[in-house]
Write a protein that binds this ligand. Structure first.
Ligand SMILES: *[C@@H]1O[C@H](CO)[C@@H](O)[C@H](O)[C@H]1NC(C)=O
Ligand SMILES: *[C@@H]1O[C@H](CO)[C@@H](O)[C@H](O)[C@H]1NC(C)=O
Length: 141
């Protein structure tokens, strides 16, 4: 279980008061190649972001912007989510957004990150740390 200041894994929801007008954002993982779809999400504080894992065996792992394919200390991490090729139901991993700060994620399986399997939440449009810049960095970590 991970409790970063940016996001709280939803398993800990019991203690969260229902004061937010929350929206759920759904991201599909690995349904068509090495992809998060969508690969960018804009979410408000209190919103839930849900990741639905398709075959094969991906992760949703938080990194820093500077080091795209390495796990950030204390970051969100789904762990490996192996899904059989014949599966008809898909495991889900969710967390709540605690702060509107850019959050950067990748798949930690093999070279999936280096292949471009990355996504971001709340990219700051005024910052030079764009999604495209992250995508470039992941190829040269
Ligand atoms: C998923 O991938 C991890 C890392 O490569 C591996 O250790 C694990 O055995 C895999 N799980 C399955 C069920 O293939
Ligand atoms: C967005 O980036 C700008 C420029 O770097 C910065 O001044 C601003 O504080 C950032 N906003 C957030 C919410 O991080």
């Amino acid at each position: 279980m991970f409790f970063s200041k940016f996001a709280t894994v939803v398993a800990a929801l019991v203690a969260v008061p229902a004061v937010f007008a929350q929206t759920t954002h759904n991201v599909v993982v690995g349904a068509s190649g090495l992809t998060f779809s969508p690969n960018q999400v804009t979410a408000a504080v209190g919103d839930i972001v849900t990741f639905e894992f398709h075959p094969k065996n991906h992760t949703l792992t938080q990194s820093t912007f500077a080091t795209p394919c390495a796990a950030m200390a204390g970051g969100v991490d789904s762990g490996y989510m192996p899904v059989d090729a014949a599966a008809t139901t898909f495991p889900v991993f969710s967390f709540r957004i605690n702060e509107v700060t850019p959050l950067w994620f990748y798949c930690a399986q093999g070279t999936h990150c280096q292949s471009g399997m990355v996504m971001a939440i709340n990219v700051n449009a005024s910052s030079p740390n764009t999604f495209d810049a992250y995508l470039v960095r992941r190829a040269t970590p």
